[in-house]
Design a protein around this ligand. Structure first.
Ligand SMILES: Cc1cc2nc3c(=O)[nH]c(=O)nc-3n(C[C@H](O)[C@H](O)[C@H](O)COP(=O)(O)OP(=O)(O)OC[C@H]3O[C@@H](n4cnc5c(N)ncnc54)[C@H](O)[C@@H]3O)c2cc1C
Length: 357
């Protein structure tokens, strides 16, 4: 059944994004079933209109001028589980389902694997788009396949294997492309009640387990939510530190020689965090680089209406009444400050719409 809420005109993106920034969506269609998503996207494409696919707006920076054409809000619902003999399950989720509800529901069903991805805002369809990850787990490890609407072919493609989506650190072949709309995702989840092995030192410390050990998955979820709250990384309308798009910059992945040069420049400060990355490269901590380039938590942008979060130097926040341009000015100051201090380029993690850094 095709279900739309009424089409609305000139809806401010400030009402649609977690940053609470951005000008109007010329036309907003809220599509509440998979068929409605396909119909709305197809109709916009037939009209030759610009199209933006919107989930929960938690990874979007939208220009103050707004977005022309049609914005399709993916609000489809539905989930089902096919059990395996070992107690695990194949979880199929519609793209419009609230992600944290998916995580909580899987745990309630006795399925593990998603506990470290608790508390991440947004909807299920966007999860493969940037290969969502947190506390040592990425969705690439659990994603089996997706159903897509291929806008060029004008056709639904079912069971597109995860291996074809080019999932990598906070990116995929879907990110920033807009030529395919995720309709459903399928996840292979092991049986609970124990979590998958804990790989993140801070989380292992809070849980009191050695790295690589398992813990009750429900306890892991609670610990992750508490850690995230302490960093302003769980949405709370009353807390301006959470009026963000999460981490604004990805952790830079650089050749080992570059990492050595950065460590040399940082010598005498504090030991520089460095983590192994694929192909002998090194992942640096963007938060560390930002704070050691002189941008402390709470650092204000021009006018003080945007600022680094008071609890996490990697989140750029709207303190109320800010503008996207003000946020971008602050982001440029941070990016340029890190480059001048360490010679490392920071790249934005959210998708920028109608604006650039
Ligand atoms: C407080 C906070 C904490 C966060 N923590 C994390 C974290 O720990 N780890 C992490 O990885 N991310 C994190 N994020 C970022 C964000 O929550 C995730 O990237 C999330 O998956 C985005 O989902 P969304 O539905 O809000 O997507 P949106 O912001 O609505 O869209 C993001 C992009 O995906 C596209 N898109 C959305 N839905 C679809 C679809 N169905 N098909 C095709 N394209 C689509 C959009 O066009 C856009 O380009 C955080 C954000 C906030 C605000």
């Amino acid at each position: 059944m095709t279900t739309y809420a009424p089409i609305r005109s000139r809806v401010p993106f400030a009402e649609l994004t977690t940053l609470r920034l951005g000008g109007p969506a010329q036309r907003l269609v809220r599509a509440e079933s998979t068929e409605a998503v396909v119909d709305a996207v197809r109709a916009a494409d037939l009209q030759g209109e610009p199209l933006l696919v919107l989930g929960g707006g938690s990874n979007l920076v939208v220009a103050d001028a707004g977005v022309p054409g049609t914005t399709v809000e993916v609000a489809s619902t539905g989930r089902s589980v096919r059990r395996a003999d070992d107690g695990g399950g194949l979880l199929t989720v519609a793209a419009g389902e609230d992600w944290d509800g998916v995580v909580a529901g899987a745990l309630d069903d006795g399925l593990a694997g998603l506990e470290c991805l608790s508390g991440i805002p947004g909807r299920a369809g966007a999860v493969p788009v940037q290969n969502v990850g947190a506390y040592g787990v990425e969705i690439a490890e659990l994603l089996v396949d997706v159903d897509l609407y291929d806008r060029r072919a004008g056709a639904v493609q079912e069971h597109v294997p995860a291996a074809e989506l080019r999932l990598a650190y906070r990116t995929s072949g879907l990110k920033g492309r807009d030529d395919a709309v995720v309709l459903r995702i399928r996840l292979a989840l092991p049986a609970g009640p124990l979590s998958t092995p804990i790989r993140y030192a801070e989380l292992a410390g809070v849980l009191g387990v050695p790295l690589g050990e398992r813990a009750p998955a429900a306890e892991v979820r609670a610990a992750v939510l508490a850690l995230r709250r302490s960093k302003g990384m769980v949405l709370d309308p009353a807390d301006h530190d959470t009026w963000s798009a999460g981490s604004f910059f990805t952790n830079p992945v650089v050749p080992a020689a570059t990492a050595d040069a950065v460590a040399l420049r940082a010598a005498g400060v504090t030991p520089m965090p460095r983590y192994p990355a694929p192909e002998g490269q090194v992942k640096l901590s963007a938060a560390w680089l930002i704070s050691h380039a002189g941008f402390e938590r709470g650092h204000p942008g021009p006018g003080g209406r945007v600022a680094l979060s008071g609890r996490h130097s990697l989140a750029l926040t709207n303190r109320g009444g800010g503008s996207t341009e003000e946020l971008l000015v602050l982001a440029r100051q941070v990016r340029d400050g890190v480059f001048d201090t360490f010679g490392v380029s920071l790249a934005p993690e959210p998708v920028l719409v109608g604006c650039r850094l």
